[in-house]
Design a protein around this ligand. Sequence first.
Ligand code: ADP
Length: 204
Amino acid sequence: MTLWIGLSGGIGSGKSKAASCFAALGVPVLNADEISHQLTAPQGLALPAIRKRCGNNLFQADGNLDRQQLRNWVFADPHNRKLLENILHPLIWQSLQQAKQQISSNQHYGIIEIPLLAEKPEFQQLVQRILIIEAPVDICIQRVQQRSGLDETTIRAIMAQQTDSNSRKAIADDIIINDGNWQELNQKVIQQHHFYQALTPSKL
Ligand code: ADP
């Protein structure tokens, strides 16, 4: 049986970077955001329901989603966000479940990167353990600025929509503090990798 680890953390904490360190060690890594992107890409499975329940004006003339329009619409009203999540989350959940089954059972463990693991408890059912990546807020802001060029106010607004660090820590079985350079992060991931490799189902 493969052990599944849910990997999460706030924006800029370094969860994607940590996921890529696990992948470099040969660990299978699934990604909820990537699946969400596929579901809403051209011909994506979620498009008919989004058009029906969220409106035609979120679509371009060619039938594809207008992502900027969608982002504005979601930020404009919490009700809109909920509407979209009610469409996407069950589909993401099902896709992750299917993807897990396609991973060879002789892998000892796999990682599922799920940014909203603390906010959406239903996703916790997909994993046996939770690994949270944490970093000081100022470092997270600096990293996101470098990654995306967003200004500090926008980043803080995104952070305010996410759950707080204490709530994330409350669901964690394991925590990596990513406050150093990436070699230090890589070392911490390797240490965590050895720990997971040594885990047997009876120790979960
Ligand atoms: P998240 O997925 O949690 O939003 P990322 O993994 O994308 O965060 O990290 C945010 C940015 O910071 C990325 O550009 C990433 O390469 C960089 N980064 C993350 N951790 C480190 C680190 N320890 N040292 C240097 N850069 C890092």
